[in-house]
Design a protein around this ligand. Structure first.
Ligand SMILES: Nc1ncnc2c1ncn2[C@@H]1O[C@H](COP(=O)(O)OP(=O)(O)OP(=O)(O)O)[C@@H](O)[C@H]1O
Ligand SMILES: [Mg+2]
Length: 422
């Protein structure tokens, strides 16, 4: 089916000013899927699931889009999650059990699957661990704009000790525990993790909710256990759990004992009750830290909660500049643009740069001459791009005020006060 691109463009522009509009996003995703733009449809579905990890329609769209995009593994991950949540039909169950034996295709972007054959296989490890990824990435920390404090903490807590095993022994520096990154959407938590992967090479493992949740009772816990066992065998390494609120949700929010068991399993894996976690550093990311079970924040688990703030002006300039890197540009004043973009997230800035480039391209087509992207294009494009971080701070403020146990949100309070929002 062919879809009028202007309809999609208009809906996308509307989504920029109303990013939380799940129904509209699903509609856009479905249009994209119908128009054979499966990868784009999948991106919209992923946005929905970022906000509501168990959204039924979001999962269905994600599954269909992943399948249409040829990403069998991801499709089966979503399908299993739908099954676990009782959303999929019996026919799907049959297809899924057939599908899980399929040969994994090579992953797009930076991800590649670990083949079970590479590990020593023991009885308990012989299960299916298709979701676990060893992430390879050529990003470096230098490409992450701003976040000086966060980078410094990461460097001290594990990057430096990992690079200097002798000094680590000398000072008896433990490589246990972890960091929980939190903050408004689009400000670089996942990006930062990918950069750490770039710095560490194969010593970086990543898991997501769909990788461990399994329809069969008890399977999710086993999957989680296998992930930690693999990490322990590869130590020293970093285990990254993105959107951890979906996995480590407060036990009080859980609807059933199955979900509770997953959290309990995560707690006991992080404690290393039955195994030694020395050398396994867990990095978590979330934009709903208040939904993460507070037991996960006890010492030895995630010992620190670190706020990832929207980029400041110099960081905004850097993000804009790198977004324009491979495009024809004409006298762009990045510092000036950055000054006009207070409260923009990194993702908003990337979007702004794309919208400006689109303007220049449309103009070039209209006039029949190719021209570079200039300040005028950014000015024009800005009408459609709105900063998206404020609503998150509105919500976060309530938790900072009423739920700041143990000073978890001290950084947040300092920031809110510095902006006079509190
Ligand atoms: N500090 C930054 N430096 C460079 N690029 C950034 C930065 N922050 C965000 N970006 C850009 O914005 C995109 C979105 O950021 P990312 O997905 O890492 O945000 P996030 O904090 O994980 O959001 P969410 O909470 O929604 O998962 C990145 O892929 C990157 O292009
Ligand atoms: Mg993220």
């Amino acid at each position: 089916m062919s879809i009028d691109p202007s309809v999609i463009a208009a809906l996308r522009a509307a989504l920029v000013s109303d990013p939380e509009n799940i129904a509209m996003r699903l509609h856009v995703g479905q249009l994209l899927l119908d128009g054979n733009q499966a990868a784009e449809a999948l991106a919209e579905a992923a946005e929905v699931l970022n906000r509501q990890p168990t959204h039924g329609e979001g999962l269905r769209l994600a599954e269909q889009s992943a399948e249409a995009a040829g990403d069998v593994i991801r499709a089966s991950g979503y399908r299993r999650l739908r099954e676990a949540l009782g959303m999929a039909s019996a026919q799907n169950l049959i297809e899924s059990s057939l599908g899980s034996d399929a040969e994994p295709p090579s992953r797009p972007e930076t991800m590649r699957l670990t083949h079970r054959g590479e590990e020593e296989e023991t009885e308990e490890d012989s299960g299916d661990l298709t979701g676990l990824r060893v992430v390879t990435s050529d990003l470096t920390l230098a490409q992450v704009a701003g976040m000086k404090d966060v980078k410094q903490r990461l460097e001290m807590a594990f990057l430096a000790p990992m690079r200097n095993p002798d000094l680590r022994k000398l000072y008896k520096k433990s490589l246990k525990g972890g960091l929980l990154l939190y903050g408004p959407p689009g400000c670089g938590k996942t990006f930062l993790a990918r950069a750490i992967a770039g710095e560490l090479g194969s010593k970086f493992l990543s898991i997501g909710l769909t990788d461990v949740v399994d329809m069969y009772i008890g399977e999710s816990e086993k999957n989680l256990h296998r992930v930690f066992e693999l990490a322990r065998r590869n130590k020293p390494c970093v285990l990254f759990i993105d959107e951890i609120d979906a996995l480590g949700r407060k036990r009080s929010l859980m609807r059933n004992s199955g979900e509770r068991n997953v959290v309990n399993q995560l707690l006991s894996e992080m404690d290393g009750v039955e195994a030694d976690n020395e050398g396994v550093y867990v990095l978590g990311a979330t934009n709903h830290p208040w939904d993460v079970d507070s037991a996960l924040r006890r010492p030895g688990r995630f010992d620190r909660t670190v706020l990832v703030l929207p980029p400041d002006a110099p960081a905004r300039a850097q993000i804009l500049q790198s977004a324009m890197e491979d495009r024809p540009v004409n006298q762009l004043d990045y510092a000036k643009l950055a000054d006009q973009a207070e409260d923009f997230s990194g993702a908003d800035l990337v979007h702004w740069a794309e919208a400006a480039s689109e303007q220049a391209m449309a103009d070039s087509i209209r006039k029949g001459t190719v021209r570079s992207v200039d300040m005028g294009d950014f000015k024009q494009a800005k009408k459609d791009v709105k900063p998206s971080t404020r609503p998150w701070f509105e919500t976060a403020k309530n938790f900072a005020v009423y739920a700041n146990e143990g000073g978890t949100y001290d950084d947040l309070i300092t920031y809110l006060k510095s902006r006079r929002w509190m």
